[in-house]
Design a protein. Structure first.
Length: 176
């Protein structure tokens, strides 16, 4: 499975591509950041993020896009920017028919480090170890994007089985 992880942000949108299957060594194919100037108009920043994501989709052809689920923060402007960048990534994937999976920050931290309360340094260290890299990807947004992809690869089989079980045991519709 090839997954594009997206750590959404208006100034730095982390992107990383990981390939592999659960239970086997994973491979990092690419990692980077789509950047926009903080003083640019919002619409121009969103277009720049769209163009960056589209380029990553063209180049790496992922089967799934894993995006960090936006959660409530105290700073409303920060959460709004994150949500807008997240929506752009989901739109780009949906336009191409690529499935999108959302994972919370604590799900990603727990999957990669074993603790949902891990800090950025711990996530970076585990991403480095799991992908057998020489050094942690910089900035942290890039490491977080790889962590999202890893989380999805590891969680997807269990999530798929759960969805199948729920569908199998769901009450059948009644006809009148």
């Amino acid at each position: 499975m090839r997954v594009l992880g997206v750590d959404p942000g208006l100034t730095r949108c982390g992107v990383g591509v990981v390939e592999g299957v659960a239970g086997r060594p994973l491979a990092m194919l690419a990692v980077g950041v789509v950047r926009t100037p903080a003083d640019a108009e919002l619409g121009h920043r969103l277009v720049a993020i769209e163009q960056g994501i589209e380029e990553w989709l063209d180049t790496h052809r992922p089967e799934v896009v894993a995006v960090e689920r936006v959660f409530s923060q105290h700073n409303v402007s920060t959460v709004m920017g994150t949500a807008q960048a997240s929506a752009v990534a989901m739109l780009c994937a949906a336009r191409r028919g690529i499935p999108v999976a959302l994972h919370t920050p604590s799900e990603v931290k727990a999957a990669v480090t074993g603790s949902g309360r891990a800090d950025k340094a711990q996530v970076g260290a585990m991403v480095t170890r799991l992908l057998r890299l020489a050094a942690p990807p910089k900035p942290a947004d890039a490491a977080d994007a790889l962590a999202l992809a890893i989380c999805h690869i590891w969680r997807a089989p269990a999530q798929n089985r759960l969805q199948q079980a729920v569908a199998l045991h769901a009450p059948k519709g009644r006809t009148r």
